[in-house]
Design a protein around this ligand. Sequence first.
Ligand code: ACO
Length: 425
Amino acid sequence: MSTAKLILDGREYEFPVVMGSEDEKGIDISSLRSGTTAITLDPGYGNTGSCVSDITFIDGERGILRYRGYPIDQVAQQADFVEVAYLLIYGTLPNQREFAAFKQQLTYHSLLHEDMKKFFEGYPPTAHPMAILSSMVASLSAYYPSADTEQNIDLNIVRLIAKAKTIAAFSYKKTIGQPFMYPRNELDYCSNFLHMMFAVPSEPYTVPPVTREALNLLLILHADHEQNCSTSTMRMVSSSKANLFASIAAGICALWGPRHGGANQKVIEMLEMIRRDGSDYEKYVGLAKDKDSNFRLMGFGHRVYKNFDSRATILKATAAKVLAQLGVQDPLLDIAKKLEEVALSDEFFIDKKLYPNVDFYSGIIYRALGIPTHMFTVMFALGRLPGWIAHWREMRQDPKNKINRPRQIYTGETERDFVPLDQRA
Ligand code: ACO
């Protein structure tokens, strides 16, 4: 095993170097504080490995993403989302029997406890569906308290994936004032979700195959992305031994922010703003470069990808294909493509290695499928569920799992005497 040397206050310390299966190097500094009294400081954690993990490999410099070793483009072209969920959570592709059983379980557990339906009545119609999804997922712990124990883990995993789509669809129905549509057991995961979203009791609804295929692809592309903000949040919460539902609800909340999964909603809002403003995309590229403007091109940039985001490449091609298949003409797709073209040939974006990320084109596809903008981040969450669960499970099974508790460098006042209120100026 190789080691790394650190010289601090004239003394030399040695730390083991941990190698990943793809030759990534990490300096194991777990003995740093006990040996030196110093800690590392890495705001934003850009240089910090919080764990070792077998689930997903990303090489941001080369634009590589693999789930359990399988390249994302192969998985995206050939797999079913349910298969991918199984792969991420259990580590192997399911055989036909395992796949059929998992699929059946995900259908069978789709119903919500009837009492949970009453929760929806309490939300205003303007409630953001992410607010509903996160609180409903946390509330599942009230209905399945066994999630607090190590028993029934697999059953609770299935319940969560199965019911999340029902919660998501009901949260949409709530915002448009339509009756909730119950899941149908003859439908697969994606079709069942689309049925609950778009069917009404008064007429038949058939899931368009193009829509089902596009949704399947979108969910797969979002299914995991190793230690991103929401997964790390979920792991942080889970490290306290919070139950599965509580931990995942925390991940959903972290995903909501516009720097993370909330960017897909912001991309469409930005493209709409540019269109209303005469489609002058160059003006907005200029604004994004202006340090004083606070404006960023939403859907651009990534902490890890410094070349291209393979998911965005797949989605760009898919957007054009799906829109053509559905006969949808969306001016936002043209604006997005032009914006990308201008940005990618601009020194600023080239220097800073800013490329479209997964959120840049996903919204255009969701729009074409009829999914409203405020539901986009919920769609991301549905896709990311298997990834969060896989990390939750991996962490629970790790005998070295400890509570996550970072430290800090304190820069506040040093000790001083308390001044009673009547003596303060
Ligand atoms: N538009 C314009 N400039 C940008 C953008 C952007 N979208 N993203 C980064 N930059 C600039 C920053 O101003 C910074 O410039 P500086 O070095 O002169 O200060 C430099 O590029 C590096 O940016 P950071 O914010 O330091 O990079 P970081 O890795 O911390 O942030 C992030 C990554 C949050 C994704 C950022 O690129 C961003 O805000 N993008 C827009 C929001 C977005 O699309 N988020 C979705 C990410 S994908 C996902 O989470 C699913």
